[in-house]
Design a protein around this ligand. Structure first.
Ligand code: SF4
Length: 279
């Protein structure tokens, strides 16, 4: 019997692409003037493939690793950057999003290295699941060339996180710990989803406790779930997994925010320390 290594198992489980390369990436789409995927205006490359399967995913077309029809190289990305350089140079840069950008780690690391050599600010949008697959040296090489991170915490409770996204929260916590130990700056996002985020008052309190003392978290975004991606699921012939779940009301959001604050207040050692929470 052939013994599979960790990588082969991850490929089989659809956690990473089986064809990653430093030469090119599989991508889904490109946004030339992205304003919400990192600091400033950015060239955003949405890479193809994600090991998670979030019920609220608003880019479901980026989930399969099998849609291998679009490739892009580092030089092609740099050419796109050159076209709109004046917009990006004022505090912006290049972001790899997804899908799960970290699933094509070799390409992202090689590309960020090249971008940094050219003085371009680099940002990685990730839910960190591939942390459980790659060796730590590989992860650290990626961190060495990444200026800023956008990290999704799907749900602070392990079981609910698995139900919601297919993976637990441990890899996201692992990445936060690593960034804190290295003094690297990041933003955390949580999508407030009724029936999941409010399943117990303790859940948002737990999230508050998780973020209350993070030193290098630059911002925390508390984002209301929306169902605008519904039509994408229909076009793909997929069932919309959250049919019947409405976006949160103002009251529900205020309730969640208050629970979050309670958690923060429980653990906060230095209340004067700035913590930017954005809706
Ligand atoms: S991590 Fe992002 S791309 Fe992947 S399934 Fe979840 S929301 Fe979609």
């Amino acid at each position: 019997m052939v013994k599979l290594n960790k990588w082969d198992v991850a490929v089989k489980q659809n956690k990473v692409s089986d064809n990653t390369s430093e030469e090119f990436a599989w991508y889904s789409s490109i946004e030339t003037l992205g304003a919400v995927d990192g600091p400033g205006l950015r060239l955003v490359i949405f890479l193809q493939g994600c090991p998670l399967n979030c019920l609220f995913c608003h880019n479901p077309e980026t989930i399969p690793f099998s849609t291998k029809e679009k490739k892009i190289t580092i030089d092609e990305i740099l050419k796109l950057y050159e076209k709109n350089k004046t917009f990006y140079q004022n505090g912006g840069g290049i972001t790899f999003s997804g899908g799960e950008a970290m699933a094509q780690i070799d390409f992202v690391t090689a590309a960020f290295k090249k971008f940094r050599e050219k003085g371009i600010h680099t940002c990685l949008d990730t839910a960190a699941a591939p942390m459980g697959v790659y060796p730590m040296e590989k992860i650290e090489k990626l961190l060495d060339v990444t200026d800023y991170f956008l990290i999704d915490i799907k749900h602070p409770d392990q079981e609910v996180s698995i139900e919601l996204s297919g993976e637990g929260v441990e890899h996201q916590i692992g990445l936060l710990k690593l960034l804190e130990s290295r003094g690297q700056s990041y933003l955390i996002r949580h999508v407030y989803l009724p029936t999941f985020s409010d399943r117990s008052p303790e859940h948002m309190q737990t999230l508050g406790k998780m973020i209350g003392n993070l030193k290098y978290m630059d911002k925390f975004e508390f984002l209301p779930y929306h169902d605008m991606a519904k039509f994408k699921y229909e076009n793909m012939g997929w069932n919309f997994p959250l049919a019947g779940v409405e976006p949160p009301t103002t009251e529900q959001l205020a309730w969640g925010r208050a629970r979050l604050q309670e958690g923060i207040d429980i653990v906060r050692k230095d209340p004067s320390q700035g913590l930017v929470i954005q809706d």
